[in-house]
Design a protein around this ligand. Structure first.
Ligand SMILES: Cc1cc2nc3c(=O)[nH]c(=O)nc-3n(C[C@H](O)[C@H](O)[C@H](O)COP(=O)(O)O)c2cc1C
Length: 172
């Protein structure tokens, strides 16, 4: 969940309009991994929607976006996206991004990866998604956990096409 929070803060810094969907699993993980209440997470977005709200604007391809990021992407959600299952607002919005050929970045964190997860990642990549594991580099000599998190956020921003320098790059 720290990866999600960091991305939201970076997108705010870049003045990107953010529409947020948090699954029930995400809110459970928020409770486990941070001190934050769901309202504090929602406050980092311009709009947030209940995961069951399939009539939200982002459920339609006619709603224009720069792209979509699922961070963290559970293996459950990743497998559903890979299979074209659109049973909630998050998986429907992901389906729409594939359909409209817009950037869809999936950020799994699970390790190790069993065969069903690897197969789902392959299928999602074949469908056009970018699989961007939360797997930071070390060449920028991180000194704090924040430095590791920002490294992953920077890669996500780059794939979305958001011009923001959030973490040092190779050669900096
Ligand atoms: C504290 C906590 C940490 C979790 N971490 C992961 C994880 O890193 N990767 C993963 O795939 N699932 C993880 N899960 C399991 C997912 O939350 C669970 O599979 C859930 O059903 C995912 O559904 P969702 O994608 O609709 O949120 C975690 C669950 C909890 C409670």
């Amino acid at each position: 969940m720290p990866y999600a929070l960091d991305l939201l803060r970076a997108l705010k810094a870049a003045e990107v309009e953010v529409h947020l969907v948090a699954t029930r699993g995400a809110l459970e993980v928020l409770r486990a991994e941070t001190e934050l209440e769901p309202e504090a997470l929602f406050a980092l977005a311009h709009r947030h929607y209940p995961v069951g709200d399939l009539s939200a604007p982002i459920a339609s391809g006619s709603f224009r976006t720069l792209g979509m990021v699922v961070v963290p992407a559970s293996q459950t959600t990743l497998a559903k996206i890979a299979a074209g299952i659109a049973d909630n607002l998050l998986t429907r919005a992901a389906f729409v991004h594939l359909k409209e050929r817009r950037p869809l970045v999936l950020v799994p964190r699970e390790t190790p990866l069993p065969l069903p997860a690897l197969r789902a990642m392959l299928a999602a990549a074949e469908a056009g998604a970018v699989i961007l594991p939360a797997s930071p580099g070390f060449y920028h000599r991180p000194r704090a956990i924040e430095d590791l998190i920002r490294f992953v956020t920077q890669r996500i921003l780059d794939h979305l096409g958001v011009a923001l320098d959030w973490a040092p790059r190779w050669g900096d």
